[in-house]
Design a protein around this ligand. Structure first.
Ligand SMILES: Cc1cc2nc3c(=O)[nH]c(=O)nc-3n(C[C@H](O)[C@H](O)[C@H](O)COP(=O)(O)OP(=O)(O)OC[C@H]3O[C@@H](n4cnc5c(N)ncnc54)[C@H](O)[C@@H]3O)c2cc1C
Length: 458
C-alpha cells in the first residue's frame, strides 16, 4: 500500500515549514511552487536598496530540502485543484503535471493589490517578489543617474522625487532606506546633483503610519521618518499613476499632482486565485474581499477535512498576514496530518487552531526600529537590535546568515552597500515579459479560432 501523500503548494513561510515539519512523518510529500526559492519577504526592501543580494534572502528550496528524503520539490504554477479527484494540476513551460493527494496544504500567499487599478503596476511596481525588488533597485538608482543627466531644474527635481505608497512596515522601511541611501552611500557620488536633496514622500490613505502597531508606535515612526527628511502625507489617496508622476486626492476632496520618476507601491494585498478555486468546490466556504479563504477553526475548507489553507491565503480571526501566522498554521496542519496517518484523527473533535502573537516590528533607519511584543511597545536602538537578532534567526541557512551579517556591517557601520549594480534586465524585463505573455495568449487564441473555423468548414 502506498504511503499517505501530502501535496504542499508554495515554498514561502507556510509551505516550507509544512514540508520540514513532516520530515519524520510516514508520508510522501510533494512541494509544488512557481518559484525555485524560499523567499524571505521581510528583507526584500534591502535588496531593493542595495544592501543585500537576492541570493541572501532567497535560498533554493530544493537545496534546503535535499536531505529530506520524503520530499519531492516540483517547480510549476498550480493552475487547478480538484477536490473531487483529490488532485493538483501544475504547469511548467507548457508541460502539465497532475499530483494526487491524500492531504493538501495550500500556502500560495498573496500578491500586491492595486485596488482594481492594475494599470498602476506599470509605473509603480510592488514589493512581493525578487523581480519586484530588483526592478525597484534599478528604478531607485536609475532615478539618481537620470537626475545627474539633465540641466533642467524642474525635471531634475522630478527625477529626484521618490513616492512610496503605503505607510505599513514595508513602506516605512523603503522610505527610510531611500533617504539613508542618498544621505550616506551616494552622498559624494554625483557632480551636478546633491543626492541628499532628494524628496522622499511616504503617503497613505489611512490617517496613521503603521496602523496595526497602534497610535504610539505609529507616531514614533512618523517622527523619526520626518527627522530624516521623509515627508509623510496621510489621508492621501492615490487616484492616478502615470510615467511622469501621480495624482493624489486629499481628505477634503482636492486633487493634486506629485511629479516624480520613481514610485513604489507598498499598499494592499490580493490573495492567490487558488483560494477561490478551492472555496468554490467546498461545501460553502467563502473568500473575503481580498480573496482570502475564510477557513474553518481547523484551517480546512467545509466538507474537506484533509484540505488545509495556511498563511496569507487564509482568513482567520486574529491572525495577521505575517510570517508567524503562516509558520504556526503550517505546524498546526502538519500535526493533524500526522494524527491522520496514525489513525488518531477525528475531524469532529479537532482542537481549533489558536494563534500565539509573538509581536511585530519595523525598522525605520539604521539603529532605529519600533517593536510591539504583547503589551510592551518600544522603539529606538533596542528595538533595532531585537529586529536584527530576530531576522538573523529566521533567515534560512548558515551561509546566508554569515554573508548577511557582513553586508549589514558594511551598511550599518560604514556608508557602503555591496549590491549597487543595476542591469537592463532589472529595468525592462517585466515590460518584455508582460508583452510576451499577452502576445503568446493572443497567438494561442488566434490559433484556436483558426482551428475552430477549419472544423466548421469541414
Ligand atoms: C515586503 C514584505 C515585507 C514583509 N515584512 C514582514 C515582517 O517584517 N514580518 C512578518 O512577520 N511578515 C512580513 N511580511 C509578510 C510575510 O512575508 C507573509 O505573511 C508570509 O510570507 C506569508 O507566508 P505564505 O507562506 O502564506 O506566503 P508566501 O511567503 O508569499 O509564499 C507563497 C508561495 O506560494 C507560491 N505560489 C503562489 N501561487 C502559486 C501557484 N499558483 N502555484 C505554485 N506556487 C504558487 C509562491 O511562489 C511562494 O513560494 C512581509 C511581506 C512583504 C511582501
Amino acid at each position: 500500500m502506498s504511503r499517505h501523500r501530502v501535496v504542499v503548494i508554495g515554498s514561502g513561510f507556510g509551505g516550507l515549514n509544512a514540508a520540514k515539519a513532516l520530515k519524520r512523518a510516514d508520508v510522501d510529500v510533494t512541494l509544488i511552487s512557481k518559484t525555485t526559492t524560499h523567499l524571505f519577504q521581510p528583507l526584500l526592501y534591502q535588496v531593493a536598496t542595495g544592501i543585500l543580494s537576492e541570493g541572501e534572502i532567497a535560498p533554493v528550496t530544493r537545496l534546503i530540502l535535499q536531505r529530506q528524503k520524503n520530499v519531492q520539490v516540483l517547480l510549476g504554477e498550480v493552475c487547478d485543484v480538484n477536490l473531487t479527484a483529490n488532485t493538483v494540476t501544475s504547469k511548467l513551460m507548457g508541460m502539465e503535471t497532475v499530483s494526487p493527494f491524500d492531504s493538501l496544504i495550500v500556502a500560495a500567499g498573496a500578491q500586491q493589490s492595486y485596488f482594481g487599478n492594475d494599470e498602476f503596476a506599470t509605473y509603480a511596481p510592488g514589493m512581493k517578489t525578487i523581480d519586484d525588488a530588483l526592478e525597484l533597485r534599478g528604478r531607485i538608482l536609475g532615478a539618481f543617474e537620470a537626475a545627474e543627466f539633465t540641466d533642467d531644474p524642474v525635471e531634475r527635481e522630478r527625477r529626484l522625487t521618490f513616492v512610496v505608497v503605503g505607510a505599513g512596515p514595508t513602506g516605512v522601511e523603503v522610505a527610510g532606506q531611500i533617504k539613508e541611501l542618498a544621505h550616506r552611500t551616494l552622498k559624494q557620488a554625483f557632480r551636478t546633483i546633491e543626492p541628499r536633496d532628494c524628496r522622499v514622500i511616504l503617503l497613505d490613505a489611512a490617517p496613521a503610519v503603521l496602523p496595526p502597531m497602534g497610535e504610539k508606535l505609529g507616531l514614533k515612526a512618523q517622527q523619526r521618518l520626518e527627522k530624516m527628511g521623509v515627508e509623510v502625507q496621510l489621508n492621501a489617496m492615490v487616484s492616478t499613476v502615470d510615467y511622469l508622476g501621480l495624482t493624489v486626492k486629499d481628505q477634503d476632496g482636492t486633487e493634486r499632482r506629485i511629479e516624480c520618476a520613481c514610485k513604489v507601491w507598498a499598499a494592499g494585498v490580493q490573495a492567490s486565485s487558488l483560494g477561490k478555486i478551492i472555496a468554490d468546490q467546498s461545501d460553502g466556504t467563502e473568500v473575503d474581499r481580498a480573496g482570502r479563504v475564510i477557513v474553518e477553526p481547523d484551517l480546512t475548507v467545509k466538507g474537506h477535512p484533509n484540505v488545509f489553507i495556511v498563511g496569507d491565503l487564509m482568513s482567520f480571526p486574529g491572525v495577521p498576514g505575517m510570517a508567524q501566522g503562516a509558520i504556526q498554521g503550517a505546524h498546526y496542519a502538519t500535526t493533524l496530518i500526522k494524527h491522520m496517518v496514525k489513525g488518531t484523527d477525528d475531524p469532529a473533535t479537532r482542537k481549533p487552531f489558536s494563534y500565539f502573537d509573538k509581536g511585530s516590528m519595523a525598522t525605520i533607519s539604521r539603529f532605529s526600529a519600533v517593536a510591539q511584543v504583547g503589551k510592551l511597545e518600544f522603539g529606538g536602538f533596542i528595538a533595532w537590535l531585537a529586529w536584527l537578532g530576530l531576522h538573523l534567526l529566521y533567515l534560512v541557512g548558515f551561509k546566508n546568515r554569515f554573508t548577511t551579517v557582513i553586508a549589514w556591517f558594511i551598511t550599518f557601520l560604514g556608508d557602503g552597500r555591496s549590491q549597487m549594480a543595476i542591469t537592463n534586465q532589472m529595468m525592462y524585463a517585466r515590460v518584455v515579459t508582460n508583452w510576451m505573455e499577452s502576445h503568446t495568449q493572443e497567438a494561442m487564441e488566434a490559433e484556436a479560432a483558426e482551428q475552430a473555423r477549419e472544423r466548421a468548414a469541414g
